[in-house]
Design a binder for this molecule. Structure first.
Ligand SMILES: *[C@@H]1O[C@H](CO)[C@@H](O)[C@H](O)[C@H]1NC(C)=O
Ligand SMILES: *[C@@H]1O[C@H](CO)[C@@H](O)[C@H](O)[C@H]1NC(C)=O
Ligand SMILES: *[C@@H]1O[C@H](CO)[C@@H](O)[C@H](O)[C@H]1NC(C)=O
Ligand SMILES: *[C@@H]1O[C@H](CO)[C@@H](O)[C@H](O)[C@H]1NC(C)=O
Length: 579
């Protein structure tokens, strides 16, 4: 193990020795590197850089490369004119989306049971519509992708998927956790099973789960939720054989996070291991190519590579992008996107999630009768807990804060992720839960009518104020609802009511579910960042269904609170009667 200086020295040494050898996003000379990608993206022929890298090749990659060389030779020393590029694209590529067949999940059926637990008529009708959206988000990959993978950026996976929606027309990793929980409520066990099988297939192929189902995502991951997907599925089905088959694959993913995404850190004379997001890709992201290129303009080659690695790591975190990952010259979060230093930060939520993974892996081994292996993961969770409490917990403020390896200090700004250990139930003292409730109340983040913002800093990035995201709302609500105090439970319900009201009001206005919402206004979709707000939307639907299930007896479409003193016994009665 080494201390911080040694770590810094090591990683700088690594940068120097592998400079120029940092792998590209993928090995394709069309989709991930090379002159076609560069010229087509720089010509800005489409509104979104993701358009080109989702197009299918009409002939073998070598033929397309050679046709492009022919074309280039007609324009020595200058870039190819846009009209000629369009012609080339017309002859060599198909439009995006041709790799999918429309697919209606065969296990979809009307009136799943959970609907009957929703007391408010309007909310129940709306929940039924959300349940109906699974039909439009189902996708099956065309068999040609399996037979001719070289013609596609799409990664073949054997089972159909439910996609997020909009520009996100393929499978995504952490989104799928909330989608799968929604599918399980919708009694679509086969679809959920297939999605999990796809992720297990990806771990077997890559050694980890890529960010999403495209080759340009294949060298970065996303927050590791696969173990918890398996947990949800097991809780719904009690299928021990499935658990037995999945467990070794889950362990391979866990090893990836521990071998490829961990940092040794010495603090106050103790050594700890904690995790970070870290992607060894020092090039622009193909799907956001010109954004990344422009952002790095004027930097030295070394700084460019560092910025692109940190943007890739930002995408791996799922929070792309946010002032949370900035480290400006003064060491604070006041900078701009160019100050993104994701890989220098040990995130509170990632470490809470891995703690929960460790405890869940231990419980799986216990269920299958292997107490020795269970003990290994129990010990890993205990070590993690100690590291989290030594490095991230702040007793005075009552929450957990990201640790910055550059400034060697915690970041005390507000993010819902500061409460990740509550959600993960990864803390040692009961009073930490109560302190966390007080922290949230004093944070200034509860003053908004529509939900808890992603931060209190308005950076223009989408994972910042004023946007509120479904998974973060759900993690807060789920965490607080499991604390013992009435105060915490009431806060959880309150947040659920606000969120449902926001989703519902926006649905009435736009007849759509959005990927994110604005914490102000009357049902307003979120904004900012690299692309337009997207509709669909997988995780939004999953979170709404879970809240409508958890609090169905009490939530109202009007957002009015009925006297809860009278209501609570009624709710309990209703719950008992429903079982
Ligand atoms: C490229 O040009 C050469 C020479 O003109 C020609 O033989 C070849 O067929 C062309 N290749 C493609 C793919 O158009
Ligand atoms: C292209 O540039 C090279 C050297 O950079 C030069 O020798 C050649 O004449 C140029 N060709 C044209 C057509 O301008
Ligand atoms: C490319 O194809 C589209 C429709 O398929 C057509 O509208 C467009 O004019 C074509 N462009 C060129 C440059 O051939
Ligand atoms: C993880 O790191 C090891 C080297 O420590 C490397 O050999 C391996 O390829 C990496 N795994 C992945 C999936 O990137």
């Amino acid at each position: 193990m080494c201390n911080f200086e040694a770590f810094c020295f090591l990683s700088l040494g690594l940068f120097a020795s592998v400079k120029g050898a940092v792998p590209p996003p993928c090995d394709s000379e069309i989709y991930c590197t090379g002159s076609i990608l560069h010229q087509v993206q720089e010509a800005k022929l489409f509104g979104d850089d993701k358009h080109f890298v989702d197009m299918k090749l009409r002939s073998a990659p070598d033929d397309v490369l050679s046709a492009f060389r022919n074309l280039s030779s007609k324009f020595p020393n200058t870039s190819i004119p846009p009209v000629k590029l369009r012609e080339f694209l017309n002859t060599s590529f198909d439009q995006p989306g041709t790799e999918f067949e429309s697919w209606t999940p065969p296990d979809w059926h009307e009136k799943p049971n959970f609907l009957s637990g929703i007391a408010d008529d309007k909310l129940r009708e709306w929940a039924e519509k959300i349940h109906g959206l699974w039909k439009s988000l189902g996708r099956k990959i065309h068999s040609d992708v399996k037979d001719h993978p070289e013609l596609y950026s799409q990664i073949y996976t054997p089972h159909p998927v439910v996609v997020p929606g909009g520009r996100f027309r393929e499978l995504y990793y952490w989104d799928s956790y909330w989608v799968i929980n929604g599918l399980l409520l919708s009694e679509m066990t086969d679809t959920a099973h297939g999605m999990i099988q796809n992720f297990l297939y990806l771990v077997n192929r890559y050694g980890f789960v890529p960010n999403g189902g495209r080759i340009y995502y294949e060298r970065r991951s996303q927050p590791p939720f696969l173990t918890l997907m398996v947990e949800s599925y097991y809780q719904a089905t009690k299928d021990k054989e499935f658990l037995r088959a999945a467990l070794p694959v889950l362990e391979v993913e866990y090893q990836f996070w521990m071998q490829n995404r961990s940092v040794d850190l010495a603090l106050n004379g103790k050594e700890h291991v904690l995790n970070r997001y870290y992607v060894e890709v020092g090039l622009p992201r193909p799907e956001s190519y010109t954004d990344d290129l422009e952002l790095a303009e004027g930097l030295t080659d070394g700084k460019k590579e560092q910025l692109w690695m940190d943007l890739n790591a930002g995408a791996e975190s799922g929070w792309d992008f946010t002032s949370r990952w900035y480290t400006a010259d003064g060491g604070d979060n006041s900078g701009t996107l160019r100050d993104t230093r994701t890989s220098q930060i040990l995130p509170a939520d990632l470490n809470a999630l891995l703690c929960r993974n460790e405890k869940t892996l231990a419980s799986f081994h216990r269920l299958l009768g292997d107490s020795d292996s269970a003990a290994v993961y129990d010990q890993a969770a205990a070590r993690r807990l100690e590291a989290i409490e030594s490095v991230l917990w702040d007793a005075e403020r009552g929450a957990w804060f990201d640790y910055n390896l550059m400034t060697r200090s915690k970041n005390f700004e507000f993010y819902p992720s500061n409460l990740g250990p509550i959600w993960a139930q990864c803390y040692s003292q009961p009073e930490m839960g109560e302190k966390a409730v007080q922290y949230l109340k004093g944070s200034g983040a509860l003053q908004f009518p529509n939900g808890v913002p992603t931060s209190l800093r308005e950076s223009g990035q989408q994972w910042d104020y004023p946007n509120a995201w479904p998974p973060l709302q759900h993690m807060l609500i789920d965490g607080f609802s499991k604390l013992p105090s009435e105060d915490a439970k009431k806060l959880a319900f309150d947040l659920a009511q606000r969120w449902i009201k926001t989703n519902w009001l926006a649905y009435i206005k736009y007849e759509a579910m959005f990927e994110k919402y604005d914490v102000n206004g009357d049902g307003k979709p979120g904004g900012g960042g690299e692309y337009e707000v997207q509709l669909g939307f997988g995780w939004t639907n999953g979170v709404a269904l879970q809240l409508l299930d958890q609090y169905g007896a009490t939530l109202t479409s009007g957002g009015r609170r009925v006297c809860s003193g009278l209501l609570l016994p009624l709710v309990i009665l209703a719950r008992i009667m429903l079982q």
